[in-house]
Design a protein around this ligand. Sequence first.
Ligand code: 5GP
Ligand code: ZN
Length: 116
Amino acid sequence: MHDPNCIFCKIIAGTIPSNTLYEDDGVVAFHDINPAAPVHFLLVPKRHIATLAAVEPGDQALLGKMLALVPRLAEQLGCGDGFKTVINTGPNGGQEVYHLHLHVLGGPRPWKRATI
Ligand code: 5GP
Ligand code: ZN
């Protein structure tokens, strides 16, 4: 449920500060500390799920809810002209933080980094 060594669990618990833009009983969205684009936020489940590869059949509703939230939050942050969604999974996927998170990037181009 909660991994004491996980940086995103600490953000969810409020022991590490973050710039939170959305929260409900199952998910939290906060701005990325090192944004790769003018808008760059992360959407995470409150429950500690290490990676997309660790998702189980019972997580379907949670994942659907996360994806359905993206356009709403992106719109609120002014990404009416589009946005990019990314989930890095595992070492070859470039995942650095092992708590499932969906990146949402948007805003006028050019962006700081082509990839995240
Ligand atoms: P990954 O490479 O695992 O897909 O992405 C991890 C993301 O988490 C990176 O974009 C990184 O900037 C962000 N990040 C890492 N530590 C923190 C933190 O303490 N606070 C916030 N807001 N973002 C973080
Ligand atoms: Zn965690």
